[in-house]
Each structure stands twice: as C-alpha cells, then as structure tokens.
Design a protein. Structure first.
Length: 222
C-alpha cells in the first residue's frame, strides 16, 4: 500500500476486515474500525474523514484536545476513543472529550471516572484493559485481578463495554486474542477491543468488536 492515497488505504483495510469477518461467519458491520490518529496532524486526518471514516483513536488527552475541537466543529458525527493510558487526574477531561475509553486498568481510575461521569452527566463506554501477556512495561490489570476490577466497575455503575488488550510484540497474537475472548465470555461482557495494523484480521476472526488501526491507514510515521 506504499504510495496509496488515504482513501485507498481505508478501502483496503475495510475490505480485509470484511473478508475476515465473513470467514468467521460474522457481519462486517459488527466490527468498529478505530483509525489511530495519535501523533498525526489534522491535515493527515482530514482525508480519512473525507473518505468516510468517523471513529478515531488518540493516546493522550492533551493532544486530542488540541486537534479535535476544530475537526469536530466541521464534522459533529465524529467519535473519539481514548486508547492510551489515562491518569486519574485527567478523568474529567477524558469524560468530556471521548466517546469511549479503552484503558481502564485500576480501581483508582474506576473511581475517578465514575466521579467525573456523575459530575458531567456524560457516560463514555469503558473497556477494561487486561495485561494479557503479563508484561511489566505495559498498562492493563493482571488477568488474576480482572474479576475484582470488573466488580468494582460495575458497582460504580461504569458503562463497561468490554475488554481491551495489546498482545506481546513479535509473537503470534492469536492465543492472546483467544484468551481475552474467553475472559469476556466468562465475565459476561461482549466488547473486545483487540487487533492493530499487523494482526487485525486475526483479531476479527477471533471475535474483535473494535480494532485499532494506525499504520495501515496513515502509513509509517516519519
């Protein structure tokens, strides 16, 4: 896809997503494509908006605040998802800005988000991030701690939409996706935020409801 236009890259990703969904006996429209726009300026995002993409993912609250006010003024139907780690002291800003938060990974953040939602009267979807490969450098709650975190989130009336993971790099991701899907079934949640540019087709075949794709849509960052 080198040299392809943003519209061509979007069409290719959508085609591969649809193919993987059909192979798994799923409806392609059951998978939300999140275009990961972190570190990309507004002028790199606009062509994807013009090509019909409406859901975007950002890593940082401040970067998103700086970029998206003007873009959302032009297209009020845009949906913004926070996919990066969130500090508890940024909970109010995140609740005001995002339609979904994919990185809820600790009790203190559950409490901060619940308070922010009560104050704002706004309730973004929340995904509990699981450290599926037990990697110390990554965010996410340990697999063993998921039942307690889920119980805390439900007690706080957080809108729990599902689970999220980032598998270890340089290994086959499918077993990690399958483990996340198994955890979701066990705990009665339906959403699965998993799969990125290099492995989203595998994630879709295993049940992903949200895929987070950056490089395949925007190209390699310089």
């Amino acid at each position: 896809m080198n040299g392809a236009s943003p519209a061509e890259r979007l069409a290719e990703v959508r085609a591969q997503l649809a193919k993987a969904a059909r192979l798994a006996g799923r409806a392609p429209d059951g998978v939300t494509l999140i275009a990961v726009s972190k570190a990309h300026p507004a002028d790199a995002i606009l062509p994807l908006i013009e090509a019909g993409q409406r859901v975007f993912g950002e890593n940082r609250v401040q970067e998103a605040q700086a970029k998206w006010a003007a873009l959302k003024a032009v297209r009020p139907d845009l949906s913004l998802h926070l996919i990066g780690q969130l500090q508890s002291n940024k909970a109010e800003e995140a609740v005001a800005l995002f339609e979904a938060i994919h990185s809820v990974d600790r009790p203190s953040l559950v409490d901060a988000l619940a308070n922010a939602m009560a104050k704002a009267g706004r309730r973004p979807d929340c995904f509990l991030q699981v450290n599926i490969g037990d990697e110390p450098q990554k965010g996410g709650c340990p697999v063993a701690d998921l039942p307690a975190l889920l119980e805390r989130a439900r007690a706080a009336a957080l809108p729990v939409a599902g689970l999220m993971c980032i598998p270890p790099a340089e290994v086959e991701p499918a077993p990690y996706f399958a483990l996340l899907a198994k955890l979701a079934r066990r705990h009665g949640v339906t959403g699965l935020s998993m799969g990125m540019s290099g492995d989203y087709e595998s994630a879709v075949m295993i049940g992903a409801t949200h895929i987070r794709v950056g490089t395949a849509l925007f190209g390699e960052r310089s």
